[in-house]
Write a protein that binds this ligand. Structure first.
Ligand SMILES: Nc1ncnc2c1ncn2[C@@H]1O[C@H](COP(=O)(O)OP(=O)(O)O)[C@@H](O)[C@H]1O
Ligand SMILES: N[C@@H](CC(=O)OP(=O)(O)O)C(=O)O
Length: 444
């Protein structure tokens, strides 16, 4: 069994849905297909939720109308059979009424999750019916029936596997299942999400739950590139990455992968393939535990970082002081990414600022605290990257860009620097030139 995940762009138009169909029908192997919402739809749903919070009836109606139109056009163009077309339109209209009713409830996290996951529900319903009508028989599985994820950081994979097998057993025999990414049920049995971009995570949770042979993530680019192609020209796909490398890159901003994608499949050593829907023959990237080559592989950037400097002339290096600082962050479930220390100060970074006010209040009890917002962590990744004889070149960045923090040696596989977000793109471009475009770029 293989798991194939198709992202928003891959399912974002009728033309692309036909391409997905081609990929699915290349062989008859058993597959579970995880689909995202059509590209742009989840963003529209997020906007819709904003309007629900504001109780802005005109905006709500406007967005619902756009969503109905968008999916209605897809049905028109995709489905030839008039009877089926009518049925799908009727179902679409029913789902829009359900959404309208939700929009008229007062805002809550459950209402939020129910609304924001509709994009996946709409798309999979239409796509599954389309496939069936053209002879590609499949069963549509409701992910809410088996993606029971009590703890999104550490899902109970076995539980998902048991539920998924139960759901499959009650359905007709087929070698093709279609389901929704992103949506899950939480520990209270309420509808929830795996966070933005979470369909990748859905795919690897399912892959691990059923001991899949491999997980394929189909997107709009030919694999994970050595730098962010949105900001840097001349980036190249990387043929092989280790789980460690992929996890670091995903966590530190490589948008192609949800940060938690790799974690469910590492222990089972299930490979993840990143493939291009628009160029299926392109090699793409294979993520596995095999180290093909060591040294510098790729650079990524994570925005929305806040640096916190904690200064205390009296106590910093005193026994137990660091513990007290870390406990404050721990008490507010706020994880720390980078840390540097001096004799009298510690600087650290966080990306979750929901509890920043309370954290600062507690820290200010025994230290001077300053914060700097709008920073980005630039992460240079590769197995044993710190031993790469070219890695020294990255420090030339210091001649060009004000660097706020550097983290070197925390792991052999990652060197991180913190810069103002306004300097992110020049930093990525400079590092690309220095580390990848100079002739001697090579590894240990
Ligand atoms: N290092 C990288 N390698 C490849 N793509 C990247 C990288 N960093 C950012 N991206 C962006 O990620 C996009 C694919 O991710 P995403 O938009 O989540 O796809 P999907 O719609 O398939 O879920 C690419 O179009 C590319 O612009
Ligand atoms: N549709 C959701 C989940 C997702 O994973 O989407 P994509 O595969 O297009 O990144 C989102 O936009 O966040």
């Amino acid at each position: 069994m293989k798991i194939l995940k198709f992202g928003g762009t891959s399912v974002g138009s009728v033309e692309n849905l036909h391409k997905v169909k081609e990929i699915l029908t290349k062989d008859t192997e058993e597959k579970i297909v995880v689909c995202s919402a059509m590209s742009g739809v989840t963003n529209q749903l997020v906007k819709l939720i904003g309007s629900v919070k504001l109780k802005d009836a005109d905006a709500i109606n406007g967005i619902l109308h756009q969503l109905e139109n968008k999916h209605s056009i897809v049905i028109d163009e995709l489905i030839d059979d008039q009877k089926l077309k009518g049925e799908l339109k009727e179902r679409l209209s029913f789902m829009m009424t359900e959404m309208f009713d939700l929009c008229n409830q007062s805002y809550s996290e459950i209402v939020d999750a129910k609304i924001v996951t509709y994009g996946e529900t709409l798309l999979t319903y239409i796509f599954s019916n389309f496939l069936n009508t053209v002879g590609v028989y499949n069963e549509l599985l409701d992910a809410k029936e088996f993606m029971h994820v009590d703890n999104t950081d550490n899902p109970n994979i076995q539980k998902v596997g048991i539920k998924l097998n139960e759901v499959k057993e009650n359905r007709a025999q087929t070698n093709l299942y279609i389901t929704q990414g992103f949506v899950c049920k939480n520990h209270l049995g309420q509808i929830s999400t795996l966070k933005r971009g979470g369909s990748d995570y859905t795919a690897t949770i399912i892959g691990s739950a059923i001991d899949a042979q491999e997980v394929q993530i189909w997107t709009d680019i030919d694999g994970l590139h050595n730098n962010d192609p949105r900001y840097v020209e001349g980036t190249n796909p990387i043929a092989h990455l280790t789980y460690n490398e992929a996890a670091e890159l995903a966590y530190f901003g490589a948008k192609i992968l949800h940060p938690q994608t790799v974690s469910p499949i590492v222990d089972k050593d299930i490979p993840v393939l990143l493939k291009n829907t628009f160029d299926p023959e392109a090699t793409g990237t294979v993520i596995s535990n095999r180290i093909h080559n060591k040294g510098l592989k790729a650079i990524s950037a994570k925005d929305g970082i806040t640096a916190i400097k904690i200064k205390s002339n009296r106590m910093l290096m005193a026994h137990g002081y660091l513990r007290r600082i870390f406990e404050v962050f721990d008490n507010y479930h706020t994880s720390i990414d980078m840390i540097t220390t001096s004799e009298v100060a510690i600087s650290l970074t966080i990306d979750d600022t929901r509890n920043l006010e309370q954290i600062l209040k507690e820290l200010e009890g025994y230290a001077d605290v300053t914060i700097e917002e709008n920073h980005s962590i630039i992460c240079i990744v590769g197995e044993s990257v710190i031993d790469d004889k070219n890695s020294y070149k990255l420090f030339e960045i210091l001649n060009h860009i004000p660097v706020r923090m550097i983290s070197y040696g925390g792991s052999n596989n990652n060197i991180s620097i913190l810069v103002d977000t306004n300097d992110k793109i020049p930093t990525l471009q400079f590092l690309n030139k220095k580390l990848f475009l100079t002739p001697s770029h090579a590894v240990v």
